[in-house]
Design a protein around this ligand. Structure first.
Ligand code: ATP
Length: 358
């Protein structure tokens, strides 16, 4: 396993108007699982290909354990890759597929055998890929990538062809296998739920740039930009002013508590987000309004709450999550208190004004 570091790395494809990857700095710790998360075309695969050596950067450096590998060909970088469609050899059985990446080496049989054990495919060594389930095929691809003991394993949307149930199971299995193998891993996905499930840390990208790198909890509780607040989970974005205590935020619908550490001073105007799960029903709570829409989605009810504003004739609307046991009807007047853990001040980088509740 290796520590991977990207230093100010940029890539512009010939004829493109904008860089696919733009001055990106990122560090992936030894044995860490990090996921690049972002919408289609934001530069995730290009970043992965720059690490693999399939693309050369226009500027910047890629370090594997402190060694700059720019100019080193992919086959000399000690990388394992798992592709979207797994790319198994259809004419080779499980054993030979796994052994393909190993070539001639000492203890070859033992290494292939213990890798097949690790991914839970013992007994299926002679099976051909066409007779395996999607999940089993994924595990063969993973075993083939891991068996040479790569410095880093790169996985580009490896679960996207699986149906929802299997996908969740395989996500857990694959991350457990990678952790057992102790390999540094970089995943690419545009699915935020998947990123939250599999990652130690997530790097959120948009238009070739990084918005934020953090743990799933950190990214969810304290998104740093409007883009992260709306791309990773759902958010209510609002304008307000930092209160005299430096913590609370005064808004047109009342004062909202906030525990997020930020550099804004009392009186500063800010944009901040409240996650829908940050509202708790409380008859004495300060945020009161009328329910204008509901949708029961099992784990909670999504409700749209219209709260009268002190400044404008138009009410401010909030998306709130209501516990599934609680009944709530359209037209009902309901009060909430806001949980400070789910309130964060965000910057306007990647501004999306249409999401501001005004
Ligand atoms: P997706 O999730 O759709 O795979 P992505 O986030 O992985 O997208 P990239 O594939 O890295 O994004 O693409 C980033 C940008 O670079 C896009 O605008 C894409 O059209 C462009 N691009 C990617 N590969 C090439 C290429 N070989 N030549 C020219 N432009 C490219």
């Amino acid at each position: 396993m290796a520590e991977i570091q990207l230093e100010n790395i940029s890539k512009v494809y010939p004829g493109a108007d904008a860089p696919a990857v733009d001055a990106l700095n990122l560090q992936i710790g030894k044995g860490e699982i990090l996921t690049l998360l972002g919408p289609s075309g934001c530069g995730k695969t290009t970043t992965l290909r720059l690490i693999a050596g399939f693309e050369a950067p226009d500027s910047g450096a890629v370090f594997f354990d402190g060694r700059n590998v720019v100019g080193v060909p992919p086959q000399k970088r000690s990388i394992g890759m798992v592709f979207q469609d797994y790319a198994l050899f259809p004419h080779l059985n499980v054993y030979d597929n796994v052994g393909f990446g190993l070539g001639r080496c000492k203890n070859r049989r033992r290494r292939i055998g213990s890798m097949i054990d690790l991914v839970g495919l013992a007994g299926l060594e002679r099976q051909m890929p066409g007779r395996l389930s999607g999940g089993q095929q994924g595990r063969v691809a993973l075993a083939r990538a891991l068996v040479p003991g790569p410095a880093v394993i790169l996985l580009d949307e490896p679960f996207s062809s699986l149906d929802a149930d299997l996908r969740v199971r395989i996500q857990r299995e694959v991350t457990a296998i990678i952790k057992k193998a102790g390999t540094t891993a970089l995943f690419v996905t545009h699915d935020q739920r998947e990123a939250m499930t599999i990652s130690d840390r997530i790097a959120v990208m948009e238009k070739g740039r990084l918005h934020q790198v953090g743990t799933p909890r950190g990214i969810y509780q304290h998104p740093e930009t409007e883009f992260v607040a709306t791309f990773v989970g759902r958010s209510n974005l609002l304008r307000g002013r930092i209160g005299a205590d430096g913590r609370s935020i005064t808004t047109e619908v009342g004062t909202v508590p906030c525990r997020h550490t930020h550099e804004r001073k009392p009186g500063d105007e800010v944009i901040f987000c409240i996650r829908p799960c940050g509202f708790e029903r409380d008859s004495r709570g300060p945020i009161c309004g009328r329910i204008v829409k509901t949708a029961f989605i099992g784990e909670n009810t999504d409700a749209l709450l219209a709260v009268n504003s002190a400044e404008s004739r138009k009410p401010v609307q909030f998306l709130v999550h209501i516990h599934p046991e609680e009944e709530v009807r359209v037209g009902e007047e309901v009060c909430f208190r806001v949980l400070p853990y789910f309130v964060a001040v965000v910057s306007e980088k990647g501004e999306k004004d249409e999401n501001v509740c005004k």
